[in-house]
Write a protein that binds this ligand. Structure first.
Ligand code: G3H
Ligand code: 13P
Ligand code: ZN
Length: 315
C-alpha cells in the first residue's frame, strides 16, 4: 500500500544516504504534478500541507486529495504530512483527517517567540505519545528557523545547539528532527553570500541517530526570478535561496528530508503568468492549470534527481 508514515521513508533515506523532498501542496494541480514527478522517477514522496493550506481548503478538501493521491499510486510509498503543526489540537485534527505523519513545531510559542527547551520538550513529547499509539510519525524542531512561515515571522532565530539536539531526541522520542543551520523560509534567505553551518550539521549527525530535516530549502533559482519578472511579476531585489550544491552537501553530511515550498509557488505562478501572456485569448482555467502542471512536473523531477543521486554518487 502506498500510504505510509514518513518514518520508514526517512530511515531508508538516512541509511541510503539520499535526500527525500517534502513538497508543500495547496491544491489539486500541485498535488498531481508532484505525484507525477515521483512516479516518473520512482521516488518515495512526502506530500505536506501547512495549517494555512489546510484552512484555505477547508481542511477536508486538501486532506482527501492528498489521501487519494497516496492510495491511488500504490507503486510508490507516499506519506502525507502536516507541516508546522503548532498545537496539540492541530496535530489531533490532522491525524483525525488521515495524515500519516506530523510535525510539531514546538520551537516557537504562538509561532513567534522562541520557546524554552522545557516547553518544547513538553509539547513535543505529548504529541509523540499520542501519535505513536496510532502509528503516526513525528517530526520535532530544535533551534529556530528564520523567515516567514504560516504568515508569522519569528522575532529571532538561532542555530541548533548539537548537545541540545541530542538531549531533545532522547527526551521526546521524535522520529525525525528539523534543525536550524542557516536556512530560512521564503524567497529572501541570505543577505550576503554565506554558506550553511555545515560544521554544526556534522556534529549533530554524529550525536543523533534519527533522520535530520532541513526546512527553508528552496533554491529560488535566478532563472526563475528572471522569468517571473519577464512575465510581469514584481519581486524585491535580493531574492535568493539555497544553491543545489549546498543541498547536496547537506544530504551527503546526513540530511534526509528537504522541505520545498517557495520554489513551487514561484514555478507555478511564473508558468501561469507566461501562459496568460502567450495566450491572451484563452480563459479556460483547465488550459493554464494544465500548462502549470507540466512545468511543475519537470521542475520536481529535476529536484528528485538532484536529491537522489548524491548518496549514490558518493558511495
Ligand atoms: O513553512 C512553510 C511555508 O513555506 C509557509 O507556508 O503560507 O502555507 O503557511 P504557508
Ligand atoms: P521554503 O520557503 O524554502 O520553500 O521552505 C519551505 C518549508 O520549510 C516548509 O516547511
Ligand atoms: Zn518549514
Amino acid at each position: 500500500m502506498a500510504l505510509v508514515s514518513s518514518k520508514q521513508i526517512l530511515i531508508n533515506a538516512m541509511n541510503g544516504k539520499y535526500g527525500v523532498g517534502a513538497y508543500n501542496v495547496n491544491n489539486m494541480e500541485q498535488l498531481q504534478a508532484i505525484v507525477n514527478a515521483a512516479k516518473k522517477t520512482q521516488s518515495p514522496l512526502i506530500l505536506q500541507a501547512t495549517m494555512s493550506a489546510l484552512k484555505y481548503s477547508e481542511f477536508s478538501y486538501l486532506a482527501c486529495l492528498m489521501k487519494n493521491a497516496a492510495l491511488k499510486n500504490y507503486d510508490i510509498p507516499i506519506a502525507i504530512h502536516l507541516d508546522h503543526g503548532n498545537s496539540f489540537e492541530s496535530i489531533k485534527n490532522a491525524i483525525d483527517i488521515g495524515f500519516t505523519s506530523v510535525m510539531i513545531d514546538g520551537s516557537l510559542i504562538d509561532g513567534k517567540t522562541p520557546s524554552t527547551y522545557e516547553q518544547n520538550v513538553r509539547i513535543t513529547s505529548s504529541v509523540v505519545e499520542y501519535a505513536h499509539k496510532r502509528g503516526i510519525s513525528v517530526e520535532g524542531e530544535i533551534g529556530v528557523i528564520g523567515g516567514v512561515e504560516d504568515s508569522v515571522k519569528p522575532t529571532s532565530f538561532y542555530f541548533t545547539d548539537p548537545e541540545e539536539a541530542k538531549n531533545f531526541v532522547n527526551d521526546t522520542n521524535v522520529d525525525s528532527l528539523a534543525i536550524s543551520i542557516g536556512t530560512s523560509h521564503g524567497a529572501y534567505k541570505f543577505k550576503r553570500n554565506v554558506s550553511l553551518a555545515f560544521d554544526i550539521l556534522k556534529e549533530i549527525r554524529s550525536l543523533i541517530n534519527i533522520p535530520i530535516v532541513l526546512h527553508g530549502a528552496s533554491s529560488i533559482p535566478k532563472s526563475l526570478i528572471y522569468d517571473f519578472v519577464k512575465y510581469g511579476g514584481k519581486i524585491k531585489s535580493g531574492a535568493s535561496g539555497v544553491p543545489i550544491g549546498d543541498l547536496q552537501k547537506a544530504i551527503s553530511l546526513g540530511v534526509s528530508k528537504i522541505n520545498i515550498d517557495s520554489d513551487i509557488r514561484l514555478v507555478v505562478t511564473t508558468a501561469i503568468r507566461k501562459f496568460f501572456i502567450d495566450h491572451p485569448e484563452k480563459f479556460n482555467p483547465r488550459d493554464y492549470f494544465e500548462y502549470s502542471k507540466t512545468v511543475l512536473v519537470d521542475f520536481i523531477v529535476s529536484k528528485m534527481k538532484d536529491f537522489f543521486t548524491i548518496g549514490h554518487a558518493k558511495d
